[in-house]
Design a binder for this molecule. Structure first.
Ligand code: GDP
Length: 143
């Protein structure tokens, strides 16, 4: 397995529920290293740009409203098989279908308000990390 990076977002409901430490703790206990992190209140344009792939979906406007409803915590995570491991820790998009013990099963209200985002492939992870951190905004961690 390769060392990968992935982009994680604790969405507005996760921040509002005071779950930043709980969620970061789960990531770190699973072996992921936080190599970049910041709190941002996304503008409409930032949220629309991030979710541009979903712009034709019926839920797009609601998704943008939700993602701009309060601050989010954006982080870059690094570790073995980080993309798949992080999505496994989050659980399925729909919390009703998420495995027990996952972030979404434990804390999410609905398929929309589902606490977290995780990149779905190494290519999208690289694009998403660039989107939020630019080319030099993530730290190299050797320990
Ligand atoms: P993810 O990769 O698990 O985040 O899922 P997707 O990329 O398919 O969807 C992006 C985000 O859009 C999800 O995390 C949800 O917040 C939202 N979403 C996905 N499907 C639906 C849906 O059917 N209805 C609504 N209202 N929101 C959805």
């Amino acid at each position: 397995m390769a060392i990968e990076r992935t982009l994680s977002i604790i969405k507005p409901d996760g921040v509002q529920k005071n779950l930043i430490g709980e969620i970061f703790g789960r990531f770190e206990k699973a072996g992921l290293k936080i190599v970049g992190a910041k709190m941002v209140h996304l503008s409409k344009a930032q949220a629309e740009g991030f979710y541009a792939v979903h712009s034709e979906r019926p839920f797009f406007n609601d998704l943008v409203s939700y993602m701009t409803s309060g601050p989010v915590v954006v982080s870059a995570l690094e570790g073995e098989d980080a993309v798949a491991l992080h999505r496994k820790l989050l659980g399925a998009t729909n919390p009703a279908e998420a495995d027990a013990g996952t972030v979404r099963a434990d804390f999410a209200e609905s398929i929309e308000e589902n606490i977290g985002h995780g990149s779905d492939a190494t290519e999208t992870a690289a694009q998403e990390i660039e989107y939020f951190f630019g080319s030099d905004g993530v730290c190299a961690r050797t320990r």
